[in-house]
Write a protein that binds this ligand. Structure first.
Ligand code: PNW
Length: 458
C-alpha cells in the first residue's frame, strides 16, 4: 500500500451505549436504548448494554490498549443521560467526572479525543416528555446539553461531532422500528431528520458564538453506502443518484446548500418539513469538515414492480419513497452483517462527495466490518478483517491520489461491542472482548493496523 499523507489522522471509534455498561450508576438516567433493549424480541438474544465492555470501569485499561495499537485519535461519544439524567437541567457531576477523567487519560497517552455528542442514547425522559426527535423542543434541549459539554470539556476537546448518523436515527428509529424508539412510520422519519438538522445547527451556532476562543472544529457524522447503477441505462443511473440524494444529500445538502434536494421535496411533498429562511441560514455552513461513516455498496435500479427483499433491508431507507430496487452480486464477499465488501464503492463515494460539496476536508469517522472470531492458540486470527481494511484503505489512498481531501480515518470499532439490534452477535472490534470474563484479547487486525499507522510515520 502506498503511504498516506504525513499529517493523515489514524484512529478508532466507539460509542457510549455500545461499550460503557454501568447503565444505572453514579446518577446516570435511563436512555431510550436502556428501555428499548428491555423490550422482549427487540434485540438478538435479549442482549442489553447494561454491562457490555464495562468501559466505564476499565477505561484506563482501554486507553493503554489504544496506545499499544498506536492509535493517535480516538472517537467516543458522551452519553447525554450520564451528563444530564433527565436530558435537561443541572449536570450530573459524577457523569462529568467520568468523561473528564477519560479525556485526561487520553491526552496523557498522547491520543487526541474526537467527541460525538449524540450517538443514539437519548435520555428516556425526553422521549416520554417531549416526543424525542419529533418534538418541537428537542433542538433547543440538545443545544443546551451541547453547551454544557463545550463548557466542561472544550478546554481539552478540540474536535466535536454533533450527531452520529441522523439517517439511522430517522429511518431505523422512526421508519422501520428496528432501533430505539422503535416507531414505524412513513412520515415521522422526515420530521425526526429535520429536527436533528436543527439541533445540530443550534449546537454549532452556540459553539461558534460562545466558544470560538477554544479554537476547535465541529461537524456531523453522516452515514452513506455507495449506490452503483445496476446498468448504464439512464433510468438506473438516475435511480442510483436519487438513492444517494435520499441517503446522504438529505442531511448534507441543507448543510452545504441550505435546503433539501429537489428530488426529496418533489417526492415527499408535505411529509418533508420546510426550513424557514432563518433556519436555512443557520443550517447552511454549519460544519467545519465532512464526517463520513461508510461500510458497503449495493447495486441500484429503478423499481419496476413491488419492492423486493434486498430493498427491504434497513440500509435501503424507505425504498418505496425513492422508487429504487437494491441488489447485490452473489460473487461479492459479505460480512456477517450481510454487508457486501466492495472497496471500489468507497472510492466512488468519496469522489461523489468531493465533487458535489466543493472539495471539503473529509474524515472517515467510521469504516469497518463484522466477522466471527476464530481463536487459535489464544489469539484471534483476523484474516478477513485485515483484508477488508487493506482493501478499503487502498481505496482511500486512490481517492486521495485523485484529489479528494481525505484527512483521516477511524476504524469501527476499537473493541467488540453491543451492536444495537444484533446485540453481541456481531463483532466489529480491533480488540476482542470475551463477555464472560470481560477480558480483552488483541486481534491480528489490531497488530496489522498498528503496522499501517507506524508505516505512515505518525
Ligand atoms: C453505525 N444501516 O450504524 C453506527 O454508527 C455504529 O454505532 C454501529 O455499530 C456501526 O455503524 C455498525 O453497524 C449503522 O442499516 C447501522 O445502513 C445501520 C446502518 C448503517 C450504520
Amino acid at each position: 500500500m502506498k503511504p498516506f499523507p504525513k499529517d493523515f489522522l489514524w484512529g478508532a471509534s466507539t460509542s457510549a451505549y455500545q461499550i460503557e455498561g454501568a447503565h444505572n450508576i453514579d446518577g446516570k438516567g435511563p436512555s431510550i436504548w436502556d428501555a428499548f433493549s428491555s423490550i422482549p424480541g427487540k434485540i438478538k438474544n435479549e442482549d442489553t448494554g447494561q454491562v457490555s465492555g464495562d468501559h466505564y470501569h476499565r477505561f484506563r485499561e482501554d486507553v493503554a490498549l489504544m496506545k499499544q495499537i498506536g492509535i493517535k485519535v480516538y472517537r467516543f461519544s458522551i452519553a447525554w443521560p450520564r451528563v444530564m439524567p433527565t436530558g435537561k437541567g443541572a449536570a450530573n457531576e459524577k457523569g462529568i467526572q467520568f468523561y473528564s477523567d477519560l479525556i485526561d487519560e487520553l491526552l496523557a497517552a498522547g491520543i487526541t479525543p474526537w467527541v460525538t455528542l449524540y450517538h443514539w442514547d437519548l435520555p428516556l425522559a425526553l422521549q416520554l416528555e417531549h416526543d424525542g426527535w419529533l418534538g418541537a423542543e428537542i433542538s433547543d434541549l440538545f443545544a443546551a446539553y451541547a453547551d454544557v459539554c463545550f463548557d466542561r470539556f472544550g478546554d481539552r476537546v478540540k474536535n466535536w461531532i454533533t450527531l452520529n448518523e441522523p439517517w439511522v436515527v430517522a429511518i431505523l428509529g422512526y421508519g422501520l422500528g428496528e432501533f430505539a424508539p422503535g416507531r414505524v412510520s412513513h412520515s415521522e422519519p422526515y420530521l425526526a431528520g429535520h429536527n436533528q438538522l436543527l439541533a445540530h445547527a443550534k449546537a454549532v451556532e452556540a459553539y461558534r458564538k460562545k466558544y470560538a476562543h477554544q479554537g476547535g472544529q465541529i461537524g456531523m457524522a453522516n452515514n452513506c453506502d455507495w449506490r452503483e447503477p445496476l446498468t448504464d441505462s439512464p433510468k438506473d443511473q438516475a435511480a442510483a443518484q436519487r438513492a444517494l440524494e435520499f441517503f446522504l444529500a438529505w442531511f448534507a445538502d441543507p448543510i452545504y446548500f441550505g435546503d433539501y434536494p429537489a428530488v426529496m421535496k418533489e417526492r415527499l411533498g408535505d411529509r418533508l418539513p420546510a426550513f424557514t429562511e432563518a433556519e436555512k441560514q443557520m443550517v447552511k455552513g454549519s460544519v467545519d469538515y465532512f464526517g463520513l461513516n461508510h461500510y458497503t455498496t449495493m447495486y441500484t435500479a429503478e423499481a419496476t414492480g413491488p419492492i423486493g427483499e434486498a430493498s427491504m433491508y434497513g440500509n435501503a431507507g424507505l425504498a418505496d419513497d425513492q422508487d429504487i430496487e437494491l441488489s447485490l452480486d452473489e460473487s461479492w464477499k459479505r460480512t456477517t452483517m450481510g454487508w457486501p465488501v466492495a472497496p471500489w464503492g468507497c472510492r466512488k463515494l468519496l469522489e461523489w462527495i468531493d465533487d458535489r460539496y466543493g472539495r471539503p476536508d473529509i474524515y472517515i469517522t467510521e469504516n469497518g466490518c463484522a466477522w466471527d472470531d476464530q481463536k487459535i492458540d489464544g489469539k484471534v486470527k483476523d484474516t478477513d478483517r485485515i483484508e477488508y481494511y487493506q482493501a478499503y484503505l487502498q481505496a482511500c489512498q486512490e481517492a486521495i491520489e485523485n484529489g479528494v481531501k481525505l484527512k483521516g480515518y477511524f476504524a469501527w470499532s476499537l473493541m467488540d461491542n453491543f451492536e444495537w439490534a444484533h446485540g453481541y452477535s456481531q463483532r466489529f472490534g480491533l480488540v476482542h472482548i470475551d463477555y464472560q470474563t470481560l477480558e480483552r484479547t488483541m486481534k491480528d487486525s489490531a497488530y496489522w493496523y498498528a503496522g499501517v499507522v507506524r508505516e505512515n510515520g505518525v
